[in-house]
Design a protein around this ligand. Structure first.
Ligand SMILES: [Cu+2]
Length: 137
C-alpha cells in the first residue's frame, strides 16, 4: 500500500523533472557558447600590444601602437620573428635588417620601438604567407 502511494506521489513530478533537466542543459549550453564568444573577443583585443601566432599567421597582422609602447611577442614553437626592410618584406626575402629585432622559435619576449615608422617582420620558415607589420606613431 505504501509503495503504490509513493509511486503515485512521484508520477506527476516526472514531467517536471524532465523540464528542469532540459532547462539546466539549455542554460549550460548557453553559457558555454557565451564563453566562446568572449574568448574570440579577447583574441581580437590588441590594446595590450601582444603579437601571437596562429597557424601560419601573426596576430594581429598589423599592430598599431605609440612610440614608447612595449610590444610583446609570444611565438609558437615553430615560428620566429625577424625584422626585415620594407623591400625585403615585399620580396619575401628573410634577410634580417641591420640592428633589427630578432626573436627565435617559441620566443616570449618584447621590444620597445625607438622610431615612429612601420616595422616589417617575417617568420623565416613560413614565408611567403607569414609576415606582419607594426605601425608606430
Ligand atoms: Cu611561422
Amino acid at each position: 500500500m505504501k509503495i503504490s502511494d509513493n509511486y503515485n506521489d512521484f508520477k506527476p513530478l516526472r514531467p517536471m523533472k524532465i523540464l528542469v533537466y532540459l532547462t539546466t542543459v539549455f542554460f549550460i549550453a548557453l553559457s558555454c557558447s557565451k564563453e566562446e564568444v568572449n574568448s574570440n573577443e579577447n583574441n581580437n583585443n590588441t590594446s595590450g600590444n601582444i603579437i601571437t601566432t596562429w597557424a601560419h599567421t601573426f596576430q594581429p597582422a598589423t599592430l598599431n601602437c605609440s612610440l614608447g609602447d612595449t610590444v610583446f611577442f609570444d611565438l609558437g614553437g615553430s615560428h620566429n620573428a625577424i625584422e626585415v626592410s620594407e623591400a625585403s618584406y615585399n620580396a619575401n626575402d628573410p634577410t634580417p635588417i641591420e640592428n633589427g629585432f630578432e626573436f627565435g622559435y617559441g620566443a616570449n619576449s618584447f621590444f620597445v620601438p625607438q622610431e615612429a615608422k612601420t616595422y616589417y617582420y617575417v617568420c623565416v620558415p613560413h614565408l611567403p604567407e607569414m609576415k606582419a607589420q607594426i605601425i608606430v606613431e
